[in-house]
Design a protein around this ligand. Structure first.
Ligand code: FAD
Length: 448
């Protein structure tokens, strides 16, 4: 039987930082990472395989990350865990014993209970090189592509399917707006406008009732009766945690059907088993309520907490803030923390403020894009609760700054005094820097 101090199951956004974190904190410990797939895809890059990146082979996490950090790799599927003997069983018969076990088994796309979902050329966001190669081939040949779900995954697939192709791409979304679960209405409207400008049809308030065709899909039927031609259907409606093995091993599963962990990322059932990433239960940074938000940013932070805590308790998980960004054509959108809608739903009396300015100065600098920041504060104490950003390529990092301010519980007053670095070719002018201007407007509104 093989032995390792730490066995990590899963080789993606959660497992890799956990393994690296352990090697950094405890260099004397041997770390063995086991993952199913020969090549690991950068999961967030999946939509870009269909357009910008061009092939699954160009969207891989390099194994050098493991090798350079002294992490041993086994490619194989872990089929079971004996927690008493502290052993994992790999398909094919190999067994490995551990002192500490980390489960980072991720998530899989959720299916939809609609007839015809199993027809040929109906695809999900499955993290598998061969599957995605086939999907790319079918997208290249398709005249009519239907995307079910207008969340960020669906919207990114739509934009990439359209890229450099003479085809028809339609997004079908059940809610009144695309991206509605992540952004406030005004940003959703901007995003939908971008999709339409790119030649993508957007059908909101519509539900797909059936997928039609013989062996392969030929159309989708909407609940409203309309039929839409389709050679390819891509489903982007969310993911569910991979917890079957953990459940079989007797680990507690929480209300979101993810593995229950404490703030140190230890499973509540077994102090020698940790979990992180999409398979581990999340809690909202704001309410502490169990949350279904699954993001690579969260998986990475949780993985680093696990790595540090394996043999000494060092870090606490304060919950998910939910920070993400996306881009449609040339226009990017980002959100950190609570949207105005979510904050109101949580019962906050909110103050919002917006500021827009070009993200270069003067605005004639190459690459300048109008960038808007909307901040959401609690009126009672001025705490920053969330922010939305739309604009140029700096949007992702600006959204991350909003997230840092939220995580450090900054108030409008503190954000307004934030000393931002500026440069003509890189940022907005210091006179109109959107983040501080929006915070200053909020301070004024709260002082009334
Ligand atoms: C299309 C798409 C776009 C996304 N874009 C973004 C984005 O822009 N930003 C963002 O923050 N998040 C994004 N996400 C979410 C992000 O990809 C996930 O949150 C992230 O991948 C979670 O990482 P993970 O390591 O927990 O799980 P996964 O990435 O699912 O990896 C799980 C790993 O566990 C392995 N595994 C599972 N079971 C076993 C077993 N029994 N034995 C051995 N190995 C096993 C798998 O092979 C894999 O290596 C996106 C997701 C999708 C699908």
């Amino acid at each position: 039987m093989k032995k390792a101090s730490v066995v990590v199951v899963g080789g993606s956004a959660g497992g890799i930082p956990a393994a690296i974190g352990c090697r950094r904190r405890y260099p004397e410990k041997s770390v063995l990472l086991i993952r199913k797939e020969k090549q690991v895809l950068i999961p967030c890059g999946l939509p870009y395989i269909l357009g910008t990146v061009g092939s699954p082979e160009k969207d891989l996490i390099p194994d050098a990350l493991l090798k350079n950090n002294g992490i041993e790799l086994i490619i194989g599927e872990v089929e079971g865990i004996d927690r008493e003997k502290k052993v994992v069983f790999i398909a094919g018969g190999e067994t490995v014993s551990y002192d500490k076990l980390v489960l980072a088994t991720g998530s899989s796309p959720v299916g939809l209970p609609i007839p015809g979902i199993d027809k040929e050329n109906v695809f999900f966001a499955i993290k598998d090189v061969a599957y995605l190669s086939n999907m790319l081939d079918k997208v290249n040949k398709a005249k009519d592509i239907i995307i079910i779900g207008g969340g960020f995954i669906g919207v990114e697939f739509a934009d990439e399917c359209k890229k450099n192709r003479d085809n028809s791409v339609t997004v079908v979304e059940m809610l009144p707006h695309c991206l509605q679960l992540a952004l406030d209405g005004e940003f959703c409207i901007e995003a939908e406008k971008m999709l339409v400008e790119r030649g993508i049809k957007v059908l909101t308030n519509r539900r797909v009732e059936a997928i039609l065709g013989n062996k392969a899909v030929s159309a989708v039927k909407l609940a409203e009766g309309q039929e839409l031609k389709a050679d390819v259907v891509i489903i982007g409606v969310g993911a569910r945690p991979n917890i079957e093995m953990a459940e079989k091993a007797g680990l507690q599963i929480g209300p979101t059907r993810a593995i229950t962990v404490d703030r140190f990322m230890r499973t509540v059932t077994d102090p020698n088993v940790f979990a992180c990433g999409d398979c581990a239960e999340k809690h909202s940074f704001f309410s502490g309520k169990p949350s279904r938000t699954m993001l690579a940013s969260i998986a990475g932070a949780e993985g680093r907490i696990v790595g540090a805590n394996l043999f000494n308790t060092r870090y606490r998980n304060f919950g998910e803030i939910g920070v993400f960004s996306t881009i449609i054509g040339e226009k990017a959108f980002g959100c950190a923390g609570l949207t105005e809608g979510m904050a109101r739903q949580e019962g906050y009396d909110v103050v919002t403020a917006e500021a827009a300015a070009p993200d270069r100065h003067p605005a004639v600098m190459p690459g300048a894009a109008l960038t808007k920041v909307k901040l959401v504060f609690s009126r009672d104490n001025g705490l920053l609760l969330g922010g939305g950003v739309s604009g140029g390529t700096g949007t992702g990092e600006l959204t991350n700054v909003v997230s840092a301010c939220i995580q450090h519980m900054m108030t409008a007053y503190e954000v307004s005094l934030f000393q931002m670095g500026t440069h003509p070719a890189l940022t907005a002018s210091p006179m109109v820097y959107q983040l501080v201007n929006a915070a200053e407007l909020a301070v004024k509104a709260m002082a009334k």
